[in-house]
Design a protein around this ligand. Structure first.
Ligand code: BES
Ligand code: ZN
Ligand code: ZN
Length: 501
């Protein structure tokens, strides 16, 4: 794995010539030394990832079937490219553009997908190999460029995005004996310092004073006390910029509490902080690209543990907005911490729209598997933007219903609501219905249940472990508002422009 990949050219750069299965080469490549031989090399068929060296200065790299050329395939191509260049000991490479497939239709998208693959495919968490492992640490740096201006723009964007995805994956993968709520807060503070974001952390005592009974009760049984982490990206001209709030479930570990997880259901629950990690990754990419959108990240961080002072089933707790809840299951804890985070966001942040990301239910994994997240949104414009962002980012979503009837499932006999309904059905919807009690009426809001997509086993690009799902989705969503900010500002300005002559 390269230690770093950045944009830039250098003498001696390897020319990378992507070739489809039809083995048709752009005529300009035929004059490159060694290409005529490389294309005829025995066994080279142009299959995805297949490599054929053309002399010592160029390689042909298979792109597979032109008709199947799409970003997910190009990311795998990029992943393979990084591995090949590393084996060659290359320090620089130049990506040429094939004449058919997605590259010719959308060169920027081509560059972006290849760059994403180059960083996302080889990534793995560092720092936990001990003396008994012999693995070479990441080393060397690669500079990548392209003779095509749009491909180059795409490469630069792909690297920026993928670095933030890998940052989220690093946070997600960090083990729970390291990554406790305070660790998340210190990571967020460090990010804020580097990117000049505003940062605020509401500690346990203040959360208590603010009446955040959800966050306080869920996190109380851990020696590592809970906190609410708030970061804000304030662009220039913020007063007119659209304002989005991203809320991320940040359970640094979920044992289930007294409703303890059984049959090894606890394994992998370090990934229960994935919502918050994706939100941090997204705000990082948004700030780095100086998007003209105001974005506030809100992370309720807690560890759900068993102890003498843990909350228990049958407790009644109350939240920041005065709603009360009968705890029927301490394992339905994500919605409890999110409840206070949503209240805080509506009451104090007052954004134009809220999107929460949460590994909320096993039920969404049963319903939808690992190829898409399930989401809930009753606002037409936000729904349209989320669908668009999912299309552009490749992070797929599928909308599920949230009706008044579902809110009825959550009524309690002793308090306002229960945190897990008496009926077994519709678990992902129950989660969303519960959360809806904490969002002010009229506030555009979407809840994205990422339990099935935040980590994977044997993913075609990510392999096993954290995927950083949500970073690209939220970034694309924010970009859709940035377009609105730019167009509405331009529209607003034109009548005031002094007339000439
Ligand atoms: N963190 C889990 C959800 C989860 C399950 C994420 C599997 C990833 C993989 C959540 O806190 C939880 O335990 N949910 C319960 C809710 C139930 C008790 C209402 C669930 O889904 O079983
Ligand atoms: Zn749980
Ligand atoms: Zn959980």
């Amino acid at each position: 794995m390269f230690k770093s990949i950045s944009i830039g050219s250098a003498s001696g750069a390897i020319r990378v010539l992507p070739v489809f299965k039809d083995l048709v080469l752009p005529s300009a490549w035929r004059s490159i030394s060694g290409v005529a031989e490389a294309i005829k090399a025995p066994g080279f068929k142009g299959d995805l990832g297949e490599v054929s060296p053309a002399g010592s200065k160029a390689i042909l790299l298979g792109l597979g079937d032109a008709a199947k050329s799409k970003p997910s395939v190009l990311r795998r191509f990029g992943s393979r490219l990084a591995a090949v260049l590393e084996r060659m000991g290359a320090g620089a490479a130049s990506l040429e553009i094939p004449t058919t497939g997605l590259a010719s239709r959308d060169p920027k998208e081509f560059g972006r997908a290849v760059a994403e693959g180059m960083l996302l495919g080889p990534w793995r968490i560092e720092g936990y190999d001990g003396k008994a492992t012999e693995r070479t640490a990441p080393s060397g740096s690669l500079r990548i460029t392209s003779p095509d201006r749009l491909v180059l723009e795409g490469l630069a964007d792909g690297l920026l995005v993928a670095e933030s995805v890998n940052y989220a994956r690093f946070l997600q993968s960090t083990p729970p004996n390291v990554a406790h709520p305070q660790w998340m807060a210190s990571q967020a503070r460090a990010l804020a310092r580097r990117l000049r974001l505003k940062a605020r952390v509401i500690d346990f005592a203040e959360a208590r004073r603010l009446g955040m009974g959800g966050l306080v009760n869920v996190g109380m049984g851990s020696t590592q006390k809970p906190c609410l982490i708030i970061l804000e990206h304030v662009p220039r001209g913020a007063a007119k910029a659209p304002h989005l709030a991203f809320v991320g479930k940040t359970l640094t570990y979920d044992t289930g509490g007294y409703s303890l997880k059984v049959n090894n259901g606890m394994k992998g629950m370090k990934f229960d902080k994935s919502g918050g990690c994706a939100v941090l990754g997204a705000i990082r990419a948004i700030a780095e690209s100086r998007l003209p959108v105001r974005v506030t990240a809100v992370l309720p961080a807690a560890e759900n543990m068993v102890a003498g002072d843990s909350f228990r089933p049958d407790d009644v707790i109350s939240f920041m907005n005065g709603v009360t809840c009968e705890v029927t299951n301490t394992d339905a804890e994500g919605r409890l911490v999110l409840a206070d985070a949503l209240c805080f966001t509506c009451e104090r942040i007052k954004p134009d729209a809220i999107v929460d990301l949460a590994t909320l239910t096993g039920g969404v994994v049963v319903a939808l598997g690992s190829h898409c997240a399930g989401y809930f949104c009753e606002d037409a414009e936000l729904t349209r933007r989320i669908e668009g962002a999912a299309d552009r980012s490749g992070e797929k979503v599928w909308r599920l219903p949230l009706w008044e009837e579902h809110r009825g499932l959550m009524r309690s006999r002793i308090a306002d609501i229960v945190n897990s309904g008496a009926k077994r059905g519709a678990h992902p919807i129950q989660g969303a219905a519960f959360l809806s009690f904490f969002v002010k009426p009229g506030m555009p809001w979407a809840h994205v249940d990422i339990a099935g997509v935040s980590d994977d086993e044997g993913h075609e690009l990510f392999g096993s472990g954290a995927t950083g799902y949500g970073v690209r989705l939220l970034l694309e969503l924010a970009r859709s508002y940035a377009d609105r900010a730019v167009t509405s500002r331009a529209r607003g300005r034109s009548p005031q422009r002094p007339r000439r002559g």
